[in-house]
Design a protein around this ligand. Sequence first.
Ligand code: E4P
Length: 218
Amino acid sequence: MKFFIDTANLGEIAEAQALGVLDGVTTNPSLMAKEGITGSENILAHYQKICDLVDGDVSAEVISTDFEGMVKEGEALAALHPQIVVKLPMIADGVKACKYFSDKGIRTNVTLVFSAGQALLAAKAGATYVSPFLGRLDDISTDGLNLIDEIRMIYDNYGFQTQILAASIRHTMHVINCAKLGSDVMTGPLSSITGLLKHPLTDSGLAKFLEDYNKGNQ
Ligand code: E4P
C-alpha cells in the first residue's frame, strides 16, 4: 500500500518524507489556498518545491472545468516535473481529458469520486489513480469504506490497472480498513500516518527495557 500525504504544507511533507515511508503527495486547490499559495506562477513554483522534497508522485489539480482548459493546464503541469500527476475532476470534460492524457502517456488522478459508477468511468478513461473520498461520504452518514470495497471488486473483475487512491482519509482506522480492503494507495493528513506509530504497550515496554538495562549498566 502506498502512503501519500494530503497537504501542500512543506514542513509536514518534509516530516513524512523523513519518516521514510512516504510514496507521494496529493494537493487540491483548498489545500494550496490554506498555505496562502496564490497566482499561477507561485502555484507552479510550489509544486516544484514539493517535487524536490519527495521521491514519489505529486498530484496537481487543474482549475478549468472545460476540456480545452483542462488539457492546456494539465499539459503545463505535466511538463513542470516528471513526478507530477494531473488531477482532474469527475465531470464529463474531466473524463474526456483523462482519456486524452492517458492516450498521451500522461498520468492522471480522477478526483471527487463518490460512486462505483464514477470509478468505473475513470478506469475506462485510463486513469492512473481514482480518488474515492471516503471521509466526505462518512460525513453524510454513508459508508465510505463500502465504496472502496465496491471499486476493488469491480477493478479486480475486469483487471483494470487504475490504482484505488483512498482519499479524504481522516484517521488511522480509515488507513487500516482501506489496507484490509486492498486499496492501492491512501492519502491523508500527517496525523493519519504518524498515528499508526502509537501504542501504549510499545511506550511502556520500551520504558521497562531501558529501566532494566540502566540497572546493570550505570
Ligand atoms: C484528495 O485528493 C483530496 O485532496 C482530499 O483527500 C480531500 O480530503 P478532505 O475531505 O479531508 O478535504
